[in-house]
Design a protein around this ligand. Structure first.
Ligand SMILES: [Zn+2]
Length: 497
């Protein structure tokens, strides 16, 4: 399509966006949803399968209690009501990555309903309604080979791996989110970010978007002010936080161009392309009747004991938003300073560094200063920079003990990032320790005095400020390793000032 897209500001001046998000989370249980097969990532294709997850005739599923517990905890953290009785349902469709030709899911009786998640966007709180949280099983993976693009078009054959088939999958669906105008792309991103943090704090999934354990579909529609909501499209499998934001924005622009030209929006799924930031049409969207849902006859209904649910609720971890608020107070940071910690992805790193004995100010200095700078330069996430909170805490303890000054500490940190070992090892191996031993420094001091007789005379005559130049000379000959305070004292003592 060659249509010129309108400017974003014009689009949000004329249209009102409504978005909605459907997020799939692979749970980190040891076994699959309805059988005992292991769930760990990366085995040889079709080695983690059994008659149940291959859908062989006569096999019977048994629901995984750990997955049900994780789903209830997610529902509780999202302020949902937990069903006292609900059933699994069969969602019937044919696709080769689904060996049974139906997926066990939940339809009109989800486990958790009607909750919310508060997210902060540009300092404002936006409450996102949660429609439902339900439990289902993942599909296998198909690999199309022989073509240029890895897609089915042009491929000579397709391979299928059922290792993932049957892994417990939780689907979290928001209510439609109207009334956010130009902020729609940022709200979408903030929601997925906050949801990811909630799921991580619950310990129910490793929530890695790049590995597909957290996957997001984004619904977008536009309407004129005062009119009914428009037809929505569903952009599938957007696999990074940045892409969530880009997918909403690009779909808003595309739909506005269609509507401006007098066209109609087709209800369909669309694919987001990371490289161009565009979406292209997928299949036209099935409706619920196409799936011929009916209650799963091979599983008993789920009836979580309310006492058990209350127990799970009582021991939920502190929510990330409240946790961050508490840390901000404990660390004495302004909103702006806390925001820069968040933007750098440094909250947990700083928290762990402090837990290892460093002061909040020093922990923040290392992670937001030297280490953030290196992360930006090399384009890696701060958490993957190669230095751990324990190492940063050890580095600071060497500074506190006077064994490293700031400059030497930076050199040691370079070694840590390069994988040379612990700060103490690097300091020792590279001989970087501050020299404060007066015996060792006296020779360097005497040399500096001898080389600078005029400055020495000034100091003798009482111009103590001139000592700085001699301290500088000693620092130079000791490659920055002399303890400046000791050097100064030695100079003054030597010259009787
Ligand atoms: Zn199995």
């Amino acid at each position: 399509m060659t249509t010129t897209l309108p400017a974003y500001d014009e689009v949000v001046a004329r249209y009102e966006p409504v978005i909605g998000l459907e997020t799939h989370v692979e749970l980190g249980t040891n076994t699959k949803m309805f059988c005992g097969c292991p769930t760990d990532f990366g085995g040889e294709p079709n080695t983690r399968v059994c008659p149940v997850c291959l859908g062989l005739p006569g096999s019977l599923p048994v629901a995984n209690k750990a997955a049900i517990e994780a789903t209830i905890r997610i529902g509780l953290a999202l302020n949902c009501s937990i069903a006292e009785w609900c059933r699994f349902a069969r969602k019937n469709y044919f696709y080769p990555d689904m060996p049974k030709n139906f997926q066990i899911s939940q339809y009109d009786e989800p486990l958790c309903v009607d909750g919310y998640l508060d997210v902060e966007v540009n300092g404002e709180m936006v409450r996102i309604g949660i429609e439902r949280v339900h439990l289902e099983e993942d599909t296998g993976k198909t690999l199309h080979v022989g073509g240029a693009t890895g897609r089915i078009h042009g491929a000579t054959e397709s391979l299928v791996d059922y290792n993932r088939a049957g892994i417990p999958l939780v689907e979290i669906v928001t209510k439609p989110i109207p009334g956010i105008g130009a902020l729609a792309p940022e709200v979408a991103r903030a929601y997925v970010t906050e949801l990811r943090d909630v799921l991580r704090s619950l310990g129910v999934s490793d929530v890695r978007m790049e590995e597909g354990s957290l996957r997001c579909d984004v619904n977008t529609s536009l309407n004129l002010p005062g009119e009914e909501w428009g037809t929505r499209t569903e952009t599938k499998n957007v696999n990074s936080l940045r892409s969530v934001e880009r997918a909403v924005r690009s779909e808003m622009l595309r739909q506005a161009a269609v509507l401006d030209a007098g066209g109609r929006i087709t209800q369909e799924t669309r694919h987001f392309h990371e490289d161009t930031g565009d979406t292209t049409p997928g299949r036209s969207k099935e409706t619920a009747t196409d799936y011929r849902y009916f209650p799963e006859p091979d599983l008993v209904p789920l009836a979580p004991d309310p006492v058990w649910v209350a127990e799970l609720k009582a021991v939920l971890p502190e929510l990330p938003r409240l946790h961050r608020r508490r840390l901000q107070e404990a660390w004495g940071l302004s909103d702006l300073d806390m925001q820069s910690v968040l933007n750098a992805g440094a909250v947990e790193l700083i928290e762990q560094t402090i837990a290892a004995g460093t002061s909040p100010a020093a922990a923040r200095k290392w992670w937001l200063g030297e280490l953030s700078r290196r992360a930006n330069e090399t384009g890696v996430e701060l958490a993957d920079i190669g230095a751990t909170p324990t190492q940063v805490a050890e580095l600071q303890s060497l500074v506190d003990a006077g064994k490293l000054n700031d400059k030497l500490a930076r050199t040691v940190l370079e070694g840590v990032v390069a994988g040379e070992g612990s700060p103490t090892e690097i300091m020792t191996n590279r001989g970087l320790e501050v020299v404060s031993d007066t015996g060792a420094l006296t020779a360097a001091v005497d040399e500096a005095i001898a080389a600078n007789p005029e400055i020495a005379d000034k100091i003798r005559s009482g111009k103590v400020a001139a000592a700085g130049a001699l301290v500088g000379a000693v620092m130079k000959t000791t490659r920055g390793q002399a303890d400046a305070k000791t050097v100064r004292e030695l100079i003054l003592a030597r010259l009787g000032a």
